[in-house]
Design a binder for this molecule. Structure first.
Ligand SMILES: [Zn+2]
Length: 187
């Protein structure tokens, strides 16, 4: 594990390609979703305090199977309940429920996978090693090249990723003058 900043940073790393796929607002939404879901597998820290016999840190929530299943559920629920809201928010890019399902499922799955990846690189410093490929491979898969509270991999990497996103976003999406100009014409 790295800390929250490190997980945000790895989520941001995985989300960089989004800027090349959609317009700025849609890409930013994708990046935000991925970054938030890069924190989700650690809900087992809280779950373990409520269900100490059933849940342990670095258990089922730190597996690809859990990440994919949870992302599918979030994708289905969001597509069913919020397609119109998101379609309005995204503006010119039209999103039907199938698009929203794919968008949300991929964004959340990427976030979850980035978390498992980061923990694979940094467990088992202070916790048990994770088994990312459970139940297919039940052996722990520790790579352990990062110390969990290494400031370089937490605040340093987060700073680098924030700057990288700013640069990529501004290069791929130079200031879009079309919308304000059209607004002035019509107004
Ligand atoms: Zn974790």
């Amino acid at each position: 594990m790295v800390d929250i900043m490190g997980h945000l940073a790895f989520g941001l790393l995985f989300a960089i390609p989004a800027w090349f796929r959609w317009r700025k607002r849609v890409s930013a939404s994708f990046v935000s979703l991925t970054a938030v879901f890069a924190l989700v597998p650690d809900i087992d820290i809280w779950l373990a305090t409520w269900f100490p016999w059933e849940v342990h840190h670095h258990g089922v929530t730190h597996t690809i199977v859990f990440v994919v299943a949870a992302s599918l559920v979030v994708g289905v629920v969001t597509a069913a309940a919020f397609t119109n809201v998101l379609d309005d928010w995204f503006g010119r890019d039209r999103f039907d429920s199938r698009d929203v399902f794919g968008f949300v499922t991929v964004a959340t799955a990427l976030g979850g996978v980035s978390h498992v990846f980061a923990d694979t690189l940094s467990a088992p410093d202070i916790s048990t090693p994770i088994e990312p490929f459970w139940p297919f491979i039940t052996e722990p898969f520790p790579v352990d090249v990062i110390y969990y509270d290494d400031p370089l991999w937490n605040v340093g990497f987060l700073a680098v990723m924030l700057v990288a996103h700013l640069i990529v976003a501004s290069v791929v999406h130079p200031v879009d003058r079309s919308e304000p100009l059209r607004g002035q014409e019509s107004g």
